[in-house]
Design a protein around this ligand. Structure first.
Ligand SMILES: Nc1ncnc2c1ncn2[C@@H]1O[C@H](COP(=O)(O)OP(=O)(O)OP(=O)(O)O)[C@@H](O)[C@H]1O
Ligand SMILES: [Mg+2]
Length: 275
């Protein structure tokens, strides 16, 4: 069974896609096979890696047209595949929304895909869509990146409340946040200090952990502009170092075993990954 995780916050621009890509790369470098499912009609994952969300096949083709998974997936790096999204995903929303039982359909839809992966990451739009609800019911686990402003805190709280409501509303549903991830952290700023304090309070109320923070780092934006993974664009960047620490702790919380040592130097990891 792969580990499944939804990366969500109802606020836009809080590094959901950046976090998804950095986690995917972290796990893949450590020998795990990763599938990213893009559920955002903006098609952010392919936009970030290819500069376009135009693809031959997409999430809609897989879920609604029931085309083969192999036809719909894109391989974007060693051990990282993407099920891409674009505006067609809004049609998936409309169709799944017609019948509440469809919210549970991802269990069947993704069952044949699961054996090919160790980790499945769902990148989300900055809203609660039907597709995102289906993803949450399927994955059951939620990671919430929180940028250092009050709106991102509100977005995180909305996600936590949504998870609670889903558990009350639907049978056999145990959607739980695994952690909060502070992102775009600049400790010199008062807003950062206040937001981190609020995050600690929320974490204690919901019995969650706050992962090691990700610092603000222009290398992330340069990697986006270069349509590259941060690890390829700048292997020595601060944010990459922080994502490694956060992903390491997340792996412990989720009991993700990585076959390749996480303490090895980067060159050794690359050699081990190459086989
Ligand atoms: N640690 C960081 N330091 C500096 N900039 C960052 C950092 N993380 C993300 N960014 C930038 O913030 C912007 C938003 O990031 P991203 O697209 O990952 O957010 P998102 O939550 O997925 O957005 P959306 O809600 O639109 O899907 C991007 O320009 C990205 O390069
Ligand atoms: Mg995004």
């Amino acid at each position: 069974m792969p580990h499944k995780l939804v990366i969500a916050n109802q606020k836009g621009g809080v590094a959901k896609t950046t976090t998804t890509l950095c986690l995917a790369r972290y796990f893949a470098e450590r020998g795990l096979r990763v599938l990213i499912i893009d559920t955002d009609p903006q098609g952010s994952v392919t936009l970030a890696l290819r500069g376009t969300n135009r693809v031959e096949h997409d999430l809609h083709d897989f879920i609604v047209r029931q085309l083969s998974f192999d036809l719909c997936k894109l391989t974007v790096a060693e051990r990282i595949d993407v099920l891409p999204s674009n505006k067609e995903t809004t049609k998936v929303d409309a169709i799944l929304g017609l019948n509440p039982s469809q919210l549970f359909s991802f269990r069947g839809t993704f069952a044949p895909v699961e054996k090919g992966y160790d980790v499945m990451l769902f990148d989300c739009a900055p809203s609660i869509s039907v597709v995102q609800t289906a993803a949450l019911i399927y994955a059951q686990r939620l990671l919430i990146p929180v940028a250092m402003d009050i709106l991102a805190i509100h977005g995180a709280l909305a996600c936590l409340e949504t998870a609670q409501n889903m558990n009350e509303f639907y049978n056999n549903t145990d959607v739980r946040a695994v952690a909060l991830l502070p992102v775009m952290v600049d400790r010199r700023l008062q807003a950062t200090k206040m937001t981190l304090e609020m995050l600690e309070k929320i974490a204690s109320k919901y019995e969650l952990e706050v992962l090691p923070a990700i610092r603000t780092d222009q290398a992330v934006q340069r990697a986006n502009r270069g349509k590259a993974f941060l690890a390829d664009h700048d292997p020595r960047s601060k944010a990459l170092e922080d994502y490694a620490a956060a992903a390491g702790r997340l792996s412990e919380i989720m009991n993700v075993n990585t076959p390749i040592s996480t303490t090895a130097p980067a060159e050794q990891i690359a050699e081990e990954a190459a086989g």
